[in-house]
Design a protein around this ligand. Structure first.
Ligand code: ZN
Length: 428
């Protein structure tokens, strides 16, 4: 881990506590981050520390303004329990969610609220030879502009496309001019702790911590964007594979279509099922005279057409846009059928840029799965569109920092009123 600064008040809390107390504090912070509020009794069950110990730790954290009482919870009888949550002014997390063309920047509080307006940087990773320096400068400028003291920042979570070596902090596909790896370079430029992860894995973290798949242990998150990434949470853990490169769903051979893929091969899944493929199909169809609300575009505008415009047209009832979205979803479903047969997931979350197409992509996926999957396997998998939308990337980046600084949360507390049984679900 590179030498860098972090939240000074947090350091002070840790330096004044025993190793055992630090374990308890970390468990309390990560659980309050993911679940917003808990009572002393709930925190005692989750952290496996006694109620008096949790009370003492909460007193320490309240004195340090890291935790605060948030009111009384519900009760099935007897006194309503006091609830506790994290303070929104104690510390901040910088979230950097990078895709092949745009980099999204945000700063979040420990209560998961944006503390400044998020920023989008145009950064084409395929064409930009200076991508590394642009990224470093953009993130540094964003943090400087926020006027937040670096001593208040807990860490920087970065999700980026490419083959990522999380342990060494390397990206083997992009930002390769960073001599000692992109993580170390960013950490040195920002003087902050930096943690990196593949973009689709970051989405999987966001979806399993905060989205529809929050209480599921076997989840596939499809990042249907410029390519088609895949984040896998298996038995409650992010699955990286032997060398860390698992999830290259985009490049499984799907079709002998002869279309050149970004990886250099032909006919990969992403040439049929991505936002890039959607834009290509729209352009081809319109140039060949297909009737569409997009047909009136000037040639130079058509050349720059992106998937979002096609999705918008579909949402406004454009028949041709609905038709090509069906084609994209149907082919994506074919690929997902293989994953269902291999992994028997409980939930597949469709996330990324194409998720905005909602029913126009979900319906053909389901149609295709019904056609190509074994019914018993198909019935045990829910397929849903991400409900977190663009926030999934930021939430995943923030979770990456929490997981690295405060430890992986292996317990899930199922609140009353949810669709799954109430109680403590152990994930061992
Ligand atoms: Zn490919």
């Amino acid at each position: 881990m590179p030498q860098s600064r972090g939240n000074k008040r947090l350091e002070k809390i840790f330096s004044n506590t025993s190793a055992k107390q630090r374990i308890g504090i970390k468990r309390i912070i990560s659980n309050l981050f993911y679940h917003t509020t808990h009572s002393n009794l709930e925190l005692s069950k989750i952290t496996e520390f006694s109620i008096p110990t949790v009370s003492a730790l909460l007193d320490t954290l309240i004195d340090s303004n890291l935790v605060q009482p948030t009111g009384q919870g519900s009760s099935s009888g007897g006194r309503k329990p006091q609830q506790y949550g994290l303070s929104k002014t104690f510390g901040y997390i910088v979230a950097v969610y990078i895709d092949q063309y745009y980099t999204h920047l945000a700063i979040l509080s420990l209560t998961r609220q944006h503390v400044v307006e998020p920023r989008i940087i145009n950064l084409n990773l395929y064409e930009n030879k200076n991508g590394t320096s642009i990224l470093c400068e953009s993130v540094k400028q964003f943090v400087d502009d926020s006027k937040i003291d670096k001593d208040e920042i807990i860490g920087v979570g970065v999700g980026m496309p490419g083959l990522i070596d999380v342990k060494k902090g390397l990206n083997h596909t992009f930002f390769q001019d960073a001599d000692n790896g992109i993580r170390q370079l960013l950490s040195e430029k920002l003087s902050l702790p930096v943690f990196i992860e593949n973009d689709s894995n970051v989405l999987a973290l966001g979806e399993t911590k905060f989205g529809f798949a929050k209480y599921s242990q076997n989840v596939l998150v499809v990042n249907a964007s410029w390519g088609v990434g895949l984040g896998m949470v298996l038995n409650g853990e992010l699955f990286h594979g032997h060398a860390g490169f698992a999830g290259e769903f985009s490049h499984i051979p799907l079709n002998e279509n002869g279309i050149l893929c970004s990886c250099g091969k032909q006919g990969c899944l992403e040439t049929e099922c991505s936002a890039t493929a959607l834009a290509r199909l729209a352009k081809e169809g319109i140039r060949n005279g297909k009737m569409s609300s997009l047909s009136n575009m000037r040639d130079e505008d058509l050349e720059k057409l992106e998937a979002e415009l096609v999705i918008e047209a579909a949402n406004n009832g454009d028949q041709y846009s609905v038709q090509i979205l069906w084609q994209i979803g149907y082919n994506l479903g074919k690929g997902l059928a293989s994953l269902i047969h291999l992994l028997n997931p409980e939930v597949i979350v469709v996330s990324g840029r194409l998720a905005k197409a909602n029913k126009y992509i979900l319906t053909p996926i389901e149609h295709s799965l019904n056609k190509y999957s074994i019914p018993r396997l198909r019935r045990s998998t829910h397929v849903v569109i991400s409900e977190l939308s663009k926030e999934a990337g930021f939430m995943g980046c923030a979770s990456l920092v929490i997981e690295n600084v405060f430890g992986h949360t292996r317990e899930r507390f199922i609140p009353s009123g949810s669709s799954v049984p109430t109680g403590l679900l152990r994930v061992n």
